[in-house]
Write a protein that binds this ligand. Structure first.
Ligand code: IPM
Ligand code: MG
Length: 369
């Protein structure tokens, strides 16, 4: 039986609650002999700051570096609003992305049929939606230097963030998008703002060249990022794979999330480059939603995005694509049966807590065994 080392970083807010549901599924996988998971747990975000004064300690960083995959919950909360900028909860997540070299962030947005009415858009606009946002995750304005606030001495301050992309960064994320499009409907929409940004001009140039050189069988369209946002709410089914930079990807993936009914539904995978020798990639899996401090501890959180993120780990890190499919099917069945946490209940009251939703999904998985 294959054995994998998983590093769990539940984080803050609802992170630990939704992670517990994945841990139940993990225990079942091990008991079934599907794979053996060696599980190690660490701290990230506000809880890490409280424990070590940093958003992630060096020791936990080192463990993340050696794990076969990291499962990440969520970070942040109002009690850490005043901590130093470098130690803010999000810094832990950004450090993990950067130091693990997780440049490719895959954010699939799937509208399960049973949830088409939970979306704020009309049923016909979102029903059957299946798009994939491929977000560049280790470059751009998130990490560009200089990144400063300077006192100009005249009562004014100046804030600078730097948007920077090198050719190789655009090249490798474009290839990820084209390769994935080949397994889907063979269309890539590349979103940037070349009408105002030099990084957009280079992005457009590199994506066009990669397409011509290596992916002529895939359809490529270029779309300005603002127009892309508008098209996502107008007629999202025109898209298959959207490839875009770090900041636009952050914004566009939140828009895409709401198309599916709730931010509580969207999983993500963050992948590094395949290792030259082993072919393995470093990887971190996390829900797109945040720590939702307002509902933490109430049992209202939807664990589906976290469970589906674990499903992505099965697919991309553990070569268990069949079981990844079964997780997606189990989620679809549970939703079709009408099980609803508050975020996806629409006008009706919720009929499931975090734990009940997790248990219902596990129950469907058992039926596949
Ligand atoms: C996301 C989040 C993060 C980001 C935050 C928590 C730093 O919004 O993963 O989309 O901006 O990338
Ligand atoms: Mg975001």
């Amino acid at each position: 039986m294959a054995s994998y080392n998983l590093f769990l970083l539940p984080g803050d807010g609802i992170g630990p609650e939704v992670m517990t549901e994945v841990e139940n599924i993990l225990a079942w996988f091990s008991a079934q002999g599907i794979a053996r998971f060696e599980i190690d747990r660490g701290l990230v975000g506000g809880c890490a700051y409280d424990a070590h004064g940093k958003a992630i300690s060096e020791e936990h960083m080192a463990r993340a570096m050696t794990a076969d995959a990291v499962l990440f919950g969520a970070v942040g909360g109002p009690q850490w609003d005043k901590v130093p900028y470098d130690a803010r909860p999000e810094a832990g997540l950004l450090r993990l992305r950067k130091d693990l070299g997780l440049f490719a962030n895959l954010r699939p947005a799937l509208c399960y049929p049973a949830l088409a009415d939970a979306s704020s858009l009309k049923r016909e606009v979102v029903e059957g939606l299946d798009i994939l946002i491929v977000r560049e995750l280790t470059g751009g304005v998130y990490f560009g230097e200089p990144k400063t606030i300077t006192d100009l001495g005249n009562g004014q301050k100046r804030a600078i963030d730097t948007q920077v992309y090198d050719t190789y960064e655009i090249d490798r994320i474009a290839r990820v998008a084209f390769d994935l499009a080949r397994t889907r409907r063979k269309k890539v929409s590349s979103a940037e703002k070349r009408n105002v940004m030099k990084s957009g001009v280079l992005w457009h140039e590199v994506v066009t060249r990669i397409h011509q050189e290596s992916y002529a069988d895939v359809q490529l369209e270029h779309v300005l990022a603002d127009n892309c946002a508008m098209q996502l709410v107008r007629w999202p089914k025109q898209f298959d794979v959207i490839v875009t930079d770090n900041l636009f990807g952050d914004v566009l993936s939140d828009v895409a999330a709401m198309l599916t009914g709730s931010l509580g539904m969207l999983p993500s995978a963050s992948l590094g480059a395949p290792d030259g020798k082993t072919g393995r990639r470093k990887a971190l899996y996390e829900p797109v939603h945040g720590s939702a401090p307002d509902i933490a501890g109430t049992g209202a959180a939807n664990p589906i995005a976290m469970i589906a993120s674990f499903g992505m780990a099965l697919r991309y890190s553990f070569d268990l694509g069949d079981w990844a499919d079964r997780i997606d099917q189990a989620i679809a069945i549970v939703l079709a049966k009408g099980v609803r946490t508050r975020d996806i209940a629409g006008d009706r009251p919720a009929n499931a807590s975090t734990t009940q939703m997790g248990a219902a999904i596990l129950e469907e998985l058992r039926a596949f065994a």
